[in-house]
Design a protein around this ligand. Structure first.
Ligand SMILES: Cc1cc2nc3c(=O)[nH]c(=O)nc-3n(C[C@H](O)[C@H](O)[C@H](O)COP(=O)(O)O)c2cc1C
Length: 292
């Protein structure tokens, strides 16, 4: 079906007169042709060409972190970064996941439509714990004991925080919460203002109304740039991917469906999460709902 509102934009002869670099007026195939010949700039190509190139500043910073054992020091006091007050919700003990890994891997798929029944707190607790939580494994780094998680992290810095929008979870008010892994708790961030969930994602292919909750992966540049410099970006995107894969598998195992979503309204979600848009970014999102 032709979407008439967009029809002009599909026309290959439509031109934008306000684009100084003129890149908007190509399609991506033409633009790629120019980039690969060196006639147009691509932030992505520049990044990839320089990725893993260790400069003196990187060498200094990484060694300072490693020899100073900074990650373990920060890890050992991580619980003080978490807020426990009257509003904090301590999540109940997670359920045991009994399904076989092979079956879960086979069953996993992106699920965008949900049956609308709510999720209970124990199920939410199970999903959050095994996707993003503290695994109970301790590692001793030079005499400092660190608590490890269910996913890998570059330099064990765990720079990505998980913000949850609760839509249909028994016993929880709709709104935004921060998942606090050390205490396995939820800290309400914004449960007072009404948020239009139809604005979260681009397009309308996600059944937002019947979703149980959404996950927003938040990254602050300051949490890794001090050590990894420009390499941070590659590291954190990979790390978010690993967290997202845990989430896909755990939700599948718990009888839920989820969908990784790159098509989210970044500015809108950052606004409702009260992020500064400079240091703090939402780098990926997911939806989740009951589908069986
Ligand atoms: C990085 C990434 C971004 C994605 N973004 C979206 C998205 O914005 N909207 C959507 O409906 N699906 C999105 N998906 C889901 C893919 O469409 C889906 O994984 C793909 O079609 C393969 O299907 P499967 O996951 O069911 O195996 C995304 C998946 C990945 C890995």
């Amino acid at each position: 079906m032709v979407e008439y509102e967009l029809k002009g934009l599909f026309n290959q002869n439509t031109l934008s007169t306000s684009d100084i670099s003129n890149n908007n007026n190509y399609n991506n195939q033409q633009l790629f042709d120019h980039i690969i010949r060196g006639n147009a700039n691509s932030e992505m190509l520049t990044y990839l060409l320089n990725m893993n190139h260790q400069r003196l500043n990187d060498f200094k910073s990484m060694h300072q972190y490693n020899y100073g054992n900074f990650a373990s020091l920060m890890n050992s006091v991580e619980q003080y970064n978490e807020i426990e007050n009257d509003e904090t919700i301590l999540l109940p003990k997670p359920l045991r996941i009994k399904n076989k890994l092979q079956q879960v891997l086979k069953k996993r798929k992106s699920v965008r439509n949900y049956i609308g029944l709510s999720c209970d707190l124990r199920e939410l607790s199970t999903i959050l714990m095994y996707s993003f939580g503290i695994s109970g494994r301790k590692e001793n780094f030079g005499g400092i004991v660190a608590s490890m998680r269910y996913y890998a992290s570059g330099g064990a810095l765990y720079p990505i925080s998980v913000i949850i929008y609760i839509n249909k979870v028994d016993g929880l008010k709709k709104g935004l919460y921060l998942y606090q892994p050390m205490y396995h708790s939820l800290l309400p961030l914004n449960i007072k203002t009404q948020i239009d969930i139809n604005k979260l994602f681009v397009g309308s292919n996600i059944d937002v109304k019947n979703s149980s909750f959404f996950v927003f992966y938040k990254y602050a540049i300051s949490s890794t740039y001090l050590k990894y410099g420009e390499l941070s970006l590659a590291n954190i995107l990979i790390e978010a991917g690993m967290m997202a894969q845990n989430f896909s598998l755990v939700t599948t195992a718990c009888g839920f469906g989820s969908c990784p979503i790159a098509g989210y309204n970044k500015r809108f979600i950052e606004d409702i999460c009260n992020l500064d848009h400079v240091n703090e970014h939402i780098i990926f999102t997911e939806s989740c709902g009951r589908n069986e």
